[in-house]
Design a protein. Structure first.
Length: 296
């Protein structure tokens, strides 16, 4: 037809050129998760990377909110004395029971520490700076690595997924989180030093599997703060995929100022800017994790 460009194979039925996502794999749509007929026991997932500022807390908040939007009952654990998760979800940390009280045993019932958030179906156990003293207090405890696991066992039946937002360290708190978990996600920022330290993290997960928690699985590596306009970001992602192959989730979270803006507003991006591509990326992440079987 006059004026029609020859676009080659893509015009032949059944031979459409596949579109590739940022991780180099063909782009796929993941189906909306089917509603659950019953709830619990929870699959427990740690978001872990000893490198700071890679998107652990942002992912805990937004993945949690999105899974709750899909009808999952989600409990987020703030396991960082900085309390960024608690602040990001706008919950009380001052005159409230926190995860510290539960670890130390000064509060016995974890449900007393649970707070609801503005997102229906997303609850949180908060933390504040008290938690920074926990490692020192717990160091002489019997079975000090399994304390969080014992706390979470008491509430696991009420939730479909429990997300633990770890602090940027591989100390005793993070070992507690890994020991309590069925799976671990590693958020990685797409910048030059992203891979530094990941070998040590993987080694730590292997040690926990060997000595404390034989069932723990690496659920996936999530590339965050990806900027497709920079060669640098694309190169880093390529190296991450070379190093970790299919463990790298197909969903990639782009870099956008909407995240800091949403944090200031104390709301997940799915509420703050539901039509923004970043909110859509977290929805896609939730669907991919359900498709992979990491979440019910
Ligand atoms: N995709 C993104 N694009 C732009 N900014 C982001 C993105 N994800 C997170 N941020 C911002 O980067 C900063 C660090 O993110 P976040 O707090 O989630 O990282 P973290 O790994 O939990 O950090 P820490 O190790 O200190 O706990 C925050 O200011 C957050 O708003
Ligand atoms: Mg954090």
């Amino acid at each position: 037809m006059a004026g029609t460009k020859n676009t080659g194979r893509s015009e032949l039925p059944g031979l459409e050129t596949p579109k590739f996502g940022p991780t180099g794999r063909p782009l796929r749509e993941f189906a909306d998760p089917a509603p659950l007929k019953s709830h619990g026991p929870a699959r427990i997932i740690s978001l872990c990377n000893q490198k700071g500022g890679v998107g652990k807390t942002t992912t805990t908040i937004n993945l949690g909110a999105t899974l709750a939007g899909y009808g999952r009952r989600v409990l987020a654990i703030d396991f960082d004395p900085q309390g960024a998760l608690s602040a990001g979800l706008n919950v009380n940390t001052h005159d409230a029971l926190t995860i510290y009280d539960l670890l130390l045993g000064s509060a016995k019932d974890p449900s007393a520490a649970i707070q609801h958030t503005s997102v229906e179906g997303l609850d949180v156990i908060p933390a504040n700076i008290d938690l920074s003293a926990a490692e020192v207090h717990l160091v002489n405890e019997v079975a000090r690595e399994t304390i969080l696991a014992r706390v979470l066992r008491k509430v696991s039946a009420d939730y479909d997924v429990i997300l633990i937002d770890c602090q940027p360290s591989l100390g005793l708190l993070t070992i507690n989180a890994l020991t309590a978990s069925h799976g671990v996600f590693i958020p990685l920022e797409c910048e030059f030093f992203a891979l530094r330290g990941v070998a040590l993290l993987v080694e730590t997960i292997d040690k926990v599997r060997d000595r404390l928690n034989p069932a723990i699985e690496l659920d996936g590596i999530l590339a965050t703060m990806y900027d497709p306009r920079t060669l640098h970001s694309r190169e880093v992602l390529e190296r991450v995929v070379d190093a970790f192959g299919d463990a790298v989730l197909e969903t990639v979270i782009g870099r956008t100022v909407k995240f800091p803006d949403a944090s200031v507003a104390g709301r997940p991006i799915t509420q703050f800017a539901p039509e923004h591509s970043a909110a859509k990326a977290y929805k896609q992440l939730a669907r991919e994790l359900v498709a992979r079987g990491a979440v019910a």
